[in-house]
Write a protein that binds this ligand. Structure first.
Ligand code: FAD
Length: 462
């Protein structure tokens, strides 16, 4: 490895390669509770440096783990087999905002919220908005196929990627897609790369679709005395003819934690709240907000607040964004799942999650992007308590089997990474898994790019 480190320093410069233990430690984490140390952290500044690093790693059979901001919730960036943590945050320039063609060109390390601001400054809108958007990167969003609250109306990252520049696992630079809205030439490699979790290529540039910015927005806070009634409102709104921009749910325990963390933002005695946003023209949002409020009341909401002013709207969203930091005040380990079900199954999924919580006697909270079926059951626990961790593991498995039995999927937006790899067999047949593995080996014959992710290594199989 000493010889390799010398060569890496030759490619990116000595100050962009770290091997000291304290530096490696900083890159051994993501937003899960897992830890794996890399042998070196390398921060390239340019595409050709990425290509040279990958070529070197491929020749020597060294694992390379692409990494953005490390906010992943499935262990996707973790260097589970040592090797190189390839941190792309120094490639952080927005190269173009093209008003005429409604698109942006960005390097992978651009922070998502910065792209939001750059687009909005030109009267445009980049809708994908993971709740981590103040820190996470465009590269990480594309690799995970990230979603967020606005997925309900506007779709997810996948729907906004027009083209990519990437470095393949063997070190070639290739481009996929382009700047056109329509493009059916050849295989759709762009779609293959989106959501590939850094296992098929390293994204070095992305061409992203923008849309005109909506003129007006209303945010509604609907308050419930019964969580299941909130679930029924979601199904009724979805079939009312209106497509809200967001429809987020929070259960009692989530509300209580958030209320302790930022008092006054939510009614702390509620069993559930929905945060629903409608956007569009001024007259349309006024009418849609009225219809949504009526449907919520008809399906059991005890109170509905319609926020028009930016300050009132921010107060509601502040509560939603505080969830992650509020929850870890109960116990230190947060296991964040995102099993997703068809929309009509949301009330049933909520019912089953409540049963799982009681059966395993765990702190299971429910919140998330309920409008698109992407509930986020989170288990708040302590990884140092082995007895409780056994119950947590059993509960997690039951969450997955439940979602799949309802026609759902293991992950709506956080990816499989290392945490959900053991459960892929629940969702996919052997021929399906084998097809995916063959795609991986065709692109990465030596298996150097992000090994240990998505597919369980044979030696780890349950
Ligand atoms: C508080 C909080 C809220 C969150 N809310 C949401 C949400 O609403 N919706 C949602 O979808 N996710 C959410 N997430 C999860 C996470 O933020 C997303 O998955 C995000 O896309 C990860 O971006 P990142 O830059 O941190 O990537 P990382 O965590 O560094 O990496 C994620 C994956 O992308 C790969 N990768 C990173 N950069 C590249 C690249 N340039 N080329 C190839 N592969 C690359 C990595 O190898 C890894 O597999 C949340 C996380 C937190 C902590």
């Amino acid at each position: 490895m000493q010889q390799i480190i010398k060569q890496l320093k030759g490619i990116v410069g000595p100050d962009k390669v770290a091997t000291a233990k304290e530096d490696l430690y900083c890159y051994s984490y993501d937003a899960t509770f897992q830890r794996f140390m890399p042998d070196a952290v390398v921060k390239p500044q340019a595409r050709d440096q990425v290509a040279a690093i990958v070529k070197l790693a491929n020749q020597n059979g060294i694992p390379v783990y692409p990494r953005g901001a490390g906010t992943g919730l499935s262990g996707g960036s973790l260097p589970v087999m040592g090797g190189i943590a390839l941190v792309l945050t120094d490639m952080h320039r927005i190269l173009e905002i093209d008003r005429e063609n409604l698109l942006a060109v960005a390097q992978p390390g651009v922070v998502t919220a910065e792209l939001h601001r750059a687009a909005e400054n030109k009267g445009l809108f980049y809708p994908p908005d993971p709740a981590s958007s103040d820190v996470c990167t465009i590269g990480g969003n594309i690799a995970e196929g990230a979603g967020g609250p606005r997925g309900l109306k506007y779709g997810v990252t996948r729907d906004y990627v027009l083209g990519l520049e990437l470095v393949t696992p063997t070190g070639e630079v290739v481009r996929t897609g382009g700047k056109t809205i329509k493009n059916v030439s050849g295989y759709d490699l762009t779609r293959l790369l989106v959501g590939s979790e850094g296992t098929l290529g390293i994204i070095t540039e992305a061409t992203l679709k923008l849309i005109p910015r909506p003129q007006a927005v209303r945010t509604l806070l609907a308050v419930y005395g019964d969580l299941l009634k909130a679930g029924e409102s979601i199904v009724r709104i979805s079939t009312s003819g209106i497509v809200p921009a967001t429809m987020e749910i929070m259960d009692r325990l989530t509300i209580q934690c958030v209320s302790r963390h930022s008092p006054g933002d939510l009614p702390q005695d509620a069993e559930a709240v929905l945060i629903i946003e409608v956007d569009g023209t001024e007259s349309a949002v006024k009418e849609e907000a009225q219809i949504v409020a009526r449907v919520c009341r008809e399906t059991g909401a005890e109170d509905v607040v319609v926020a028009v002013e930016p300050g009132e709207r921010e107060q509601i969203w502040r509560a939603r964004k505080a969830i992650s930091s509020a929850l870890v005040q109960i116990k230190p380990t947060k296991i964040s799942e995102d099993a997703t079900v068809p929309r009509s199954k949301i009330p049933e999924m909520i019912r089953r999650l409540q049963q799982i919580r009681e059966k395993y006697e765990i702190n299971l909270v429910i919140f998330g992007h309920a409008g698109d079926g992407n509930l986020h059951p989170n288990i708040i626990t302590d990884e140092n308590d082995p007895e409780e961790m056994k119950r947590v593991e059993a509960a997690t498995e039951e969450i997955f089997t439940t979602a799949i039995s309802l026609g759902g999927t293991l992950s709506g937006e956080h990816g499989i990474g290392v945490l959900k790899a053991p459960f892929m067999k629940m969702e996919f047949s052997q021929p399906e898994l084998s097809l995916m593995r063959r795609i991986k080996s065709a692109l990465d014959p030596r298996g150097i790019l992000n090994p240990g992710k998505i597919f369980q290594e044979p030696s780890h199989e349950r």
